[in-house]
Structure formats: C-alpha cells, structure tokens
Write a protein that binds this ligand. Structure first.
Ligand SMILES: *Cc1c(COP(=O)(O)O)cnc(C)c1O
Length: 360
C-alpha cells in the first residue's frame, strides 16, 4: 500500500529507534527525565523561548495553550478551518469555558484587516476577547504558509490591543523550510507556540508548547490536569529530539515530492488542485462529481493500493512524508490517472468514514 493519508503514518527509522532504545530516563512527573528535559531545552532554544513543555499530542498542546491565556467567559479569534476550531471537539469550550470566533481565511490565510474591529467592548453582555490563534502551515488550507509579514502585523496588532497570541505550529518546520525564515523568527511574534514531532518530523509520539517561563509553568499544571503527566517519557522524547536534530532539513524532500505530485494531478482530467499552488507537503484537490464523491474515489484508489484521505464532499488530501520515495509519488500519479480515466464504477461505492482519518 502507498500511504499518502498523512505525514503521521511514518515509522521511526532505525537510527531513531536506536536513540529511543538507549535514552536515559527518569520519572518526568518528578521532573527527573533527562531526555525530556534535554528535548524541552533544545526546542526552547530553537524557538527562542524561555521554556518548553513536552506533551503527548498537538491537541493537548493547543488546548493547554488556550487555557494558559484564557479564563471561562473569554473568547479567542481564529481562522474557520483551523485545527483548534475544527478538529479538537471544541476543547476550548469543553475544557476551558472559552468561546471561539471563527474568521474565514483564504485557504487558511488571514489578513489583519479581517481581525480589526472584532475585539468586543468591555460590557457585561459580551465575552472578553482575549486570544488570537494562527495555524502555520495551514492544514485545511492545503499546507499554505501564512506569510511572515502578515503574521507580524496580526500579532503586533493583537499585543497592542491587549490580546495574547498562540501559534498552532504542528507543521511550523515545513513553513521554515519552505520560506527560509528561521523557526525563532516565526515564534517571536507569538506568546506561545505549539509544535508536533509526530507530523513531518517523523517521530512516533509527541508535541510541545513553548513560551515564557511563567506561562509554561502554568502549562505544566494544566498538562497534569488534562492527563498528560507522563513517567519515563524519555523513550519517546528521545525520538522527538532525534527528529528535531535530523529531520528538519529533509522536509525539503517532502516538498519536492509534493510538487511532483501536484504536477501530476494538474495533468489529470477531473482533478483540480485547491489551492492551485502547493507551498509545502500537503496537496488538496477537488474530485469532479463525474468521478463520484471523494469517498468513492478514495475507495477506488484503495483497491489499486493507494491510500489518500477523503476530506469531506469532493475534496481529498494527499500528504508526502519521510516514508515515501519519489518513485512512490510517480506510482501514485499513475494510479490517480488510471482510476480517474476509469469512470465506469463512479458513484457506486463509499468508503467507511474516511473523513475520520483525514484530520491529522
Ligand atoms: C495534527 C495537528 C494537530 C494536533 O494533532 P494531534 O493528532 O492531537 O497530535 C494540531 N494542529 C494541526 C494543524 C495539525 O495538523
């Protein structure tokens, strides 16, 4: 099977497994796991933040991020298709009593002008506008990079108006490699930054939240509350640290594979890239209804040995990653071309909720 469903499907490499197997460990709830501490210190350094906190997932990292900035009755501003709003069960409401005000971006990209005027007046009728969340690269936006100038404008405006800022940087390192803008340059505009080691970086588990010392100390309490206190977590932290040291530069290869895939898709009648250009490692395309729904199309690809996520309605998302070669991508394009030519079975089958697998 060629698996292009997500960059989370990668397996740890032999060298990563070796680093994990030999990791020094201790009880991290006692703050005694040297591998976790090393990972946190290294990430803080890379992002130019005082401190970082290792957590099991990007969802937890984001939700702790919301929690350290907001209290019940507060509101956050975010892009409508962002992960925090779409794929975390409204955790901000369930866990922190926070409301969200979504704003439609262009393939996930927001402009400052769309936010100006949204801060609610101080009045007993209203929630208190407190936080701006941005996502970079943007998952449902097809891996688009939110341009650094716009990030700076939005965050400067937020801070000047007493709002906090949080970056969902699950794929921040893809933005770093795509633009040449260093991680600390992106991160310095935000109070807190979440990154994932388990996406393009290829680690089996883990994310982290970075920020100023006082906020990360509060985050530490919330991690325990949310059930994220881990014991000999150095085994997984060592995989994450290995990924951080060895798998960032290589994201360029994933981007090249995504360009090749996009080039192939452009030539296929009935498939249309959304957005038309590909910035990083995510390739979203629309399936013409003459080829059936995205779920139908995904099921037919699967029978030919190609896994791609249906992304709701007519959209599909293909993702390039560490465990795919350029030859695999060429093979994927061939299968896409063959299946799109063979429209005879279009619309006659549906996959078991592939939408569920499309979120990561
Ligand atoms: C994957 C992802 C997350 C977090 O996902 P987990 O599966 O909880 O680790 C957060 N934001 C974005 C943009 C993501 O793609």
């Amino acid at each position: 099977m060629l698996d292009l469903r997500s960059d989370t499907v990668t397996r740890p490499t032999p060298a990563m497994r070796a680093a994990m197997a030999s990791a020094e460990v201790g009880d991290d709830v006692f703050g005694e796991d040297p591998s976790v501490l090393r990972l946190e210190a290294r990430l803080a350094e890379i992002l130019g933040k005082e401190k970082a906190l290792f957590v099991p997932s990007g969802t937890m990292s984001n939700q702790i991020g919301v929690r350290v900035h907001c209290a019940p009755g507060d509101e956050l501003l975010c892009e409508t298709n962002c992960h925090i709003y779409q794929y975390e069960q409204g955790g901000f409401a369930q866990l922190s009593g926070v409301a969200a005000r979504p704003i439609d971006g262009e393939f996930g990209v927001l402009r400052l002008e769309q936010l100006v005027g949204l801060i609610r007046p101080d009045n007993v009728h209203h929630v208190r506008t407190r936080l701006v969340c941005l996502e970079n690269t943007h998952n449902r936006g097809g891996g688009r990079v939110q341009p650094i100038d716009e990030v700076a404008r939005i965050c400067d405006w937020a801070h000047a108006n007493g709002l906090a800022t949080h970056l969902d940087g699950a794929r921040l390192f893809n933005a770093v490699i795509a633009t040449g803008v260093a991680a600390h340059e992106w991160a310095r505009h935000f109070d807190t930054v979440s990154v994932c080691f388990s996406k393009g970086l290829g680690a089996p588990v883990g994310s982290a939240l970075a920020g100023p010392r006082d906020l990360i100390e509060r985050a530490h309490r919330h991690r325990k509350l949310f059930g994220g206190g881990m014991r000999q977590a150095g085994v997984i932290a060592a995989g994450a640290l290995y990924a951080l040291e060895n798998h960032v530069e290589r994201l360029a290869e994933d981007h090249a594979k995504a360009q090749r895939l996009a080039e192939g898709i452009r030539q296929i009648d009935g498939l249309e890239l959304r957005p038309p250009q590909v910035d990083t490692n995510l390739v979203i395309y629309r399936v013409d209804p003459k080829l059936g729904t995205a779920a139908d199309f995904a099921a037919r690809l699967k029978r030919r040995g190609l896994l791609i996520s249906a992304f709701g309605g007519q959209l599909m998302r293909a993702v390039t990653h560490l465990d795919l070669t350029m030859q695999d991508v060429d093979r994927a394009v061939e299968i896409l071309r063959d299946v799109s030519r063979d429209t005879s079975t279009a619309g006659h089958d549906s996959a078991p909720s592939p939408y569920a697998a499309a979120k990561s």
